[in-house]
Design a protein around this ligand. Structure first.
Ligand code: CTP
Ligand code: MG
Length: 391
């Protein structure tokens, strides 16, 4: 498939194995941990990457439809799209099936085992950054802590292997796309990871620090460990608050709650002065512990001067989703005499709800003639946001 403009990064999530060693009744990727399938968890992680990516899931042929349901659920939360294709007999054949779906726009391809379902998004970001910096393949790995013996067919010791020269490698494994395509085109032997093929094709691949949470769920013991780790996570919802105030500027156009208000005095301030959008943005960032609008967007950043509120809200949403949350709901109160909100309240709520992917409710009040809002000098807005954990 080709597409000239699109994400620079593609992630192939291989989930087409049967999970023989796990021995569950369903293929491994469909086995739940803490109520969410390994595939679902892997997708939440991928969609939490800092840079948006094309995502290809490789599923067992008879389970493509099931994988599509999981992908649609997760992608719906992140407003992203995920393609599902059928895999092959071996992991290598499955990766190849995924590679065929990668868009032309991709320059870096990551391959990830769905079975490494607790891998943090930060490890994906690190692998991408290292591939960008080094311009060759990069895979995460951990030092081996056990003493390793080479044994013969009778289990008699042949030698002790120097473990300082060993790395237990993980996924996501990242490569310049052409390195990976070339390695797959030349592959003659079966390998259990992608780095083996890229190395065999004569290209350089380096190991960078992995993450203990990227362990592969292979046996029932691994699954118990995953359950244990997930059950200890704090998944209470998080609230955030944001306020914003702008004074009226009769020479400016009014943009408020994402809407244009013809005939009304505008609001002064950086960007379009949309105090509702700015308060929502601050509430989202506050709930996720990501600082505030000034820190996230920078008032001197030329990209945001004159920008409409939608830009800030959508970016804040992307940031909180990247941190592992989804928006539960947002409540906004507008304090001021003008504009009269009631006639356009539903319109504003529908628009803002679309921006955040969750219900936004707006109420408006005056201050009985008191203060700057009562004197009609400006508008003040308070927003609260509730975030729920994705995984
Ligand atoms: N995989 C795949 N296609 C295959 C075999 C494996 O996409 N034909 C994927 C698995 O779904 C898994 C990853 O490759 O996410 C790593 O493989 P492994 O842990 O070995 O999973 P399984 O092959 O499913 O397990 P087992 O070897 O125990 O049968
Ligand atoms: Mg296997």
């Amino acid at each position: 498939m080709s597409e000239s403009s699109g994400p620079r990064i593609a992630v192939i999530v291989v989930a087409a194995g049967s999970g023989t060693r796990l021995g569950a009744s369903a293929p491994k990727a469909f086995v739940p941990v803490g109520g969410i399938s390994l595939l679902g968890r892997s997708l939440y992680t991928v969609l939490g990457m800092r840079e948006p990516a094309q995502v290809v899931v490789v599923a067992p042929a008879e389970f493509v439809a099931d994988a599509e349901v999981i992908a649609a659920d997760v992608a719906g939360v992140a407003a992203a799209s995920v393609t599902v294709v059928a895999g092959g007999e071996t992991r290598q054949q499955s990766v190849l099936a995924g590679l065929r779906m990668v868009h032309d726009s991709a320059q870096v391809v990551l391959v990830h085992d769905a079975a490494r379902a607790l891998t943090p998004s930060a490890l994906f970001d690190r692998v991408v950054a290292e591939v960008d910096a080094r311009r060759h393949g990069v895979i995460p790995g951990l030092a081996v802590s056990d003493t390793i013996k080479r044994v013969d067919a009778r289990q008699d010791i042949v030698e002790t292997v120097d473990r300082s020269a060993l790395s237990a490698v993980q996924t996501p494994q990242g490569f310049p796309k052409d390195d990976l395509l070339d390695a797959y085109a030349r592959a003659t032997d079966e390998a259990t990871d992608d780095a083996a093929l890229v190395s065999a094709s004569g290209r350089r691949v380096s190991v960078v620090p992995g993450d203990p949470l990227a362990f592969k769920i292979t046996t029932p013991w691994d699954l118990r460990r995953a359950e244990e780790l997930v059950s200890r996570r704090d998944d209470s919802p998080r609230i955030g608050v944001g306020t914003d105030t702008h004074g009226f500027d009769p020479d400016a156009e009014l943009w408020l709650a994402g809407l244009y208000w013809p005939g009304e005095a505008g609001l002064a301030g950086h960007s379009d002065g949309d105090a509702v959008a700015h308060a929502i943005t601050d509430a989202l960032l506050s709930a996720a512990g990501l600082g505030d609008i000034g820190g996230a967007f920078g008032t001197d950043d030329p990209r945001f001067s004159g920008a409409h509120g939608e830009v800030f809200i959508r970016e804040a949403r992307r940031m909180v989703e990247g941190a592992g949350y989804r928006v539960g709901n947002i409540a906004v109160q507008v304090i001021g005499n003008r504009p009269k909100f009631a006639p356009r309240r539903h319109e504003a709520e529908a628009l803002l709800s679309e921006f955040v992917g969750a219900p936004v409710s707006i109420s408006a009040t005056t201050t009985d003639g008191l203060g700057f809002t009562g004197r009609g000098e400006g508008v003040a807005v308070i927003a609260t946001a509730l975030l729920l954990h994705n995984v």
